[in-house]
Ligand binder design. Structure first.
Ligand SMILES: O=C(CO)COP(=O)(O)O
Length: 253
């Protein structure tokens, strides 16, 4: 089955207004030869969403990096899915390992967020991934399955969900997973979905790889059959992000 590629740029908690101008400039100039075959989703820090909405090219979409578990209200510091929809921000990244580990988001909380965002018509990039210690103990498959099961238990449809496999040991470390390591986990995620949700969902859900992706290493990882794109952190703030968008395409098409 052919799945449309999806590449995300997760800026995390980085950038100033000047950086935004500079980044939008190179994004708007980037030549992406075949937007029919690739979806691009940019996730700036929340305060910059409106300026990106009005200055970023319209064929690139926007994502928030988090949202609340339910309807907005007395939740100081939070952002609701309704607000994001109101701002024309259709995507949200949920369950990023930085939020799981630094802010204590549990599998259940992430699953609640995913279910609520979907109920409001949003599209979700659901992150999962193991620590180095878990990988060394051969727990990768179990950990990733547990993270995905929590969500599977709470949602009816996977139509608007993309999974991002981001091994924690590869995030921001320069230590990228080998193409074989990425492919193995992606194939295991698909096998889990096939057994527990259904074969059609397993074949249709897109799975991105994230963790130290650069223009130099993305071709090899992206050539794996179960890798449907990337979630890029550090390199998404640099002009090389445009090369990542193009590099992947030249392999499959
Ligand atoms: O966490 C990531 C994307 O969500 C990956 O970050 P880096 O590309 O900086 O390793």
């Amino acid at each position: 089955m052919s799945r449309k590629l999806i590449v995300g740029g997760n800026w995390k908690c980085n950038g100033t207004q000047d950086d935004v101008k500079r980044i939008v400039e190179f994004l708007n100039k980037a030549e992406v030869p075949c937007t029919n075959h690739i979806e691009v989703v940019i996730a700036p820090p929340a305060p910059f969403l409106p300026i990106l909405r009005s200055t970023l090219r319209s064929d690139f979409n926007l994502a928030a990096q988090n949202c609340w578990t339910g309807k907005g209200g007395a939740f100081t510091g939070e952002i609701s899915a309704e607000m994001l929809m109101n701002l024309n921000v259709p995507w949200v990244i949920l369950g990023h390992s930085e939020r799981r580990t630094l802010l204590g988001e549990s599998d259940e909380m992430v699953a609640e967020k995913v279910a609520y965002a979907l109920s409001q018509g949003m599209k979700v990039i659901l992150c999962c991934g193991e620590t180095l210690e878990q990988r060394e103990k051969n727990e990768t498959t179990m950990v990733v399955a547990r993270q995905i099961k929590a969500v599977a238990d709470k949602i009816q449809s996977w139509n608007n969900v993309v999974i991002a496999y981001e091994p924690i040991w590869a995030i921001g470390t320069g230590k990228v997973a080998t193409p074989q390591q990425a492919q193995e986990v992606h194939a295991n995620i698909r096998a889990w979905l096939s057994q527990n949700v259904g074969e059609a969902v397993a074949q249709a859900v897109r799975i991105q790889y994230g963790g130290s992706v650069t223009a130099a290493n993305c071709k090899e990882i992206g050539s794996q059959p179960d890798v449907d794109g990337f979630l890029v952190g550090g390199a998404s703030l640099k002009p090389e992000f445009a090369d990542i968008l193009n590099a992947r395409i030249s392999i499959r098409h």
